[in-house]
Design a protein around this ligand. Structure first.
Ligand SMILES: Cc1cc2nc3c(=O)[nH]c(=O)nc-3n(C[C@H](O)[C@H](O)[C@H](O)COP(=O)(O)OP(=O)(O)OC[C@H]3O[C@@H](n4cnc5c(N)ncnc54)[C@H](O)[C@@H]3O)c2cc1C
Length: 503
């Protein structure tokens, strides 16, 4: 064995010994998986070497503790791979596969799901060294390396007058694409993943393929539009751009309206919007937020309406505009301004918990969801720093735009609905989800079930929710299962990595 490899094993020992007892191990972790991870890391230390592979030191510590959800910042991977190229990812994946090691992939780190973007007794691949963004005017396409954050993409591309259909919050990363992706540009262009043009994907064996809508990997291409981390590691996203103009092109109108009361009127307006508005130039996010400090609850309701035109049409947004607000920033905007409205969202250090529902635009259903969410908040108040119930209307124009590009694995039925996000930020000092909170959230999910036939949103779900099953029969779940069996016949990913279930 090479001297470098022996040094590498020595460096691994502290990381293995320091395994924290409060972090539950991967369901099937045992002595064998410890050894498998060490074998993979040793192999990688010898083949890729430092600084690409690290098991201690400042870069390791930063990467291991940087996850947005505090629960995911407490794992200690056996080693962390910081790839510079797709080839590094291929080498890493082959070593992981050969050693039968557990592994995880991290891009922007914003997954709220415990264990989905990090790993104990395994190899973490993190993309902080792959953050290039470029626009090719000849191909008229944007290339995003997987470590890109949406603010950086928007800033790099704005001078060229283009933008990707990307996230609404700046620090979030490209993992958003693999769950589907809800963007300010979605009503006109579909889920963010609907804009995929070409994807480089490293399969579990380490083999790399380039998938497009029409080549021999078109089934993989479709599965990656909503299949999350299950179908391979994407090392290059080539996406169609939207020609949004530069910062000087104030072609949009909108901003943020803040309310601290009138919940019922806002819920009615949101339900009506969800049911009736199908204008691809209009987009809306409505977030009911409870801020909690010292046992006191302060409601803050944020409405962010935008229209790609010179004014907010009264027949679309009039209900919201007529409700008395605390403040408003409405005005002309460039698309870049729109994309910056919600800021970076890069605060870390709290336990975060997501859950999802999906509702047709019905006033009674929206009000019921609000009541149950309010009850959860007040019943368990001391556990929370913040609770949020957010509605993203998904108009039929978004669904049809996705179908026009070959469809996605989310497979939503025709007609509009709202993706509903149920979100709790736990109070300072809490470092895991208390059982009461999980029970309360589980009850809330049964009280607020998705309307018949509607898909849950993978990126904003609780890890126990059956998201793939909600994609429906035929083109949905069954096709996803068949594609998974074809590209990962030994089921390596589901056996060795955490993520959505149902394959
Ligand atoms: C503050 C905040 C704002 C948000 N706003 C939006 C929004 O506007 N629209 C929206 O749709 N969603 C939004 N989300 C949800 C967001 O889409 C998910 O949290 C998403 O998973 C984040 O991607 P990431 O790269 O930051 O996270 P990560 O945790 O790094 O990745 C998420 C998942 O994808 C996997 N993954 C990442 N990269 C790869 C890859 N290259 N290959 C294979 N698997 C990979 C990871 O293993 C993990 O399972 C928001 C979340 C937060 C916390």
């Amino acid at each position: 064995m090479a001297v470098a490899a022996i040094h590498f094993i020595a460096a691994l020992v502290p990381a293995v010994l320091a395994t924290q007892s409060k972090v539950p191990l991967f369901p099937r972790s045992n002595a064998t998986t410890h050894i498998a991870a060490i074998r993979a890391c040793t192999q990688l230390g010898a083949s890729l070497g430092a600084p690409v592979v690290q098991s201690s030191g400042p870069d390791y510590e930063f990467a291991a503790t940087h996850a947005w959800n505090l629960q995911n910042a407490e794992y200690q991977p056996t080693c962390i791979v910081f790839p510079r190229t797709s080839l590094d990812v291929q080498v890493a994946m082959k070593a992981i596969f050969d050693a039968k090691s557990h592994y995880a992939v991290q891009a922007g780190s914003h997954s709220a799901m415990k264990g989905w973007n990090t790993v104990q007794d395994g190899v973490l691949i993190t993309f902080s060294n792959m953050q290039n963004v470029s626009y090719n005017p000849v191909r008229d396409s944007i290339t995003l390396e997987p470590g890109t954050h949406w603010h950086d993409a928007a800033t790099a591309l704005e001078p060229q007058g283009v933008a990707p259909v990307g996230g609404r919050v700046g620090d979030v990363g490209t993992g958003l694409l693999l769950g589907g992706g809800l963007s300010w540009l979605s009503p006109s262009h579909g889920y963010a993943a609907d804009m995929f043009k070409e994807l480089d994907v490293v399969l579990t064996t380490g083999k790399m393929v380039t998938a497009t809508a029409s080549n021999e990997y078109s089934d993989l291409f479709r599965a990656l539009k909503g299949g999350g981390n299950r179908f391979g590691i994407v090392t290059r996203y080539e996406v169609y751009p939207v020609h949004t103009g530069t910062q000087d092109n104030k072609t949009w109108t909108g901003g943020m309206i803040i309310y601290n009361s009138s919940a019922e009127a806002l819920l009615n307006a949101t339900a009506r919007y969800t049911r009736e508005v199908n204008d691809p130039k209009a987009v809306l996010l409505v977030s009911f937020i409870n801020l909690i400090a010292n046992g006191t609850l302060s409601p803050v309701y944020l409405v962010t309406p935008f229209y790609n035109g010179p004014e907010l049409p009264a027949d679309i947004f009039g209900d919201f505009l007529s409700i008395p607000a605390v403040s408003s920033t409405l005005g002309p905007m460039s698309y870049y301004d729109v994309s910056e409205t919600l800021g970076l969202g890069d605060d870390r250090g709290s336990v975060q918990h997501f859950g999802a529902s999906a509702l047709v635009g019905n006033e009674d259903l929206f009000l019921e969801a609000f009541k149950h969410w309010s009850n959860l908040t007040t019943a368990l108040l001391d556990n929370f720093a913040m609770t949020t119930l957010a509605f993203t209307p998904i108009p039929d124009s978004q669904i049809q735009a996705g179908r026009a590009r070959g469809g996605n694995s989310i497979n939503p039925p025709s007609g509009g609905f709202a993706a509903v996000q149920i979100y709790e930020q736990l109070a300072a000092g809490i470092d895991d989800i208390p059982p009461d909170v999980q029970r309360g959230a589980d009850i809330l999910f049964t009280q607020t079930p998705p309307s018949a036939g509607l898909p849950l949103y993978l990126n904003e779900c609780d890890r126990g929710q059956k998201v793939f099953q909600s994609y429906g029969e035929g083109q949905g779940l069954r096709q996803l299962q068949e594609t998974y069996a074809k590209y990962d016949p030994t089921r390596f990913n589901v056996e060795h990595s955490q993520g959505p279930e149902g394959l």
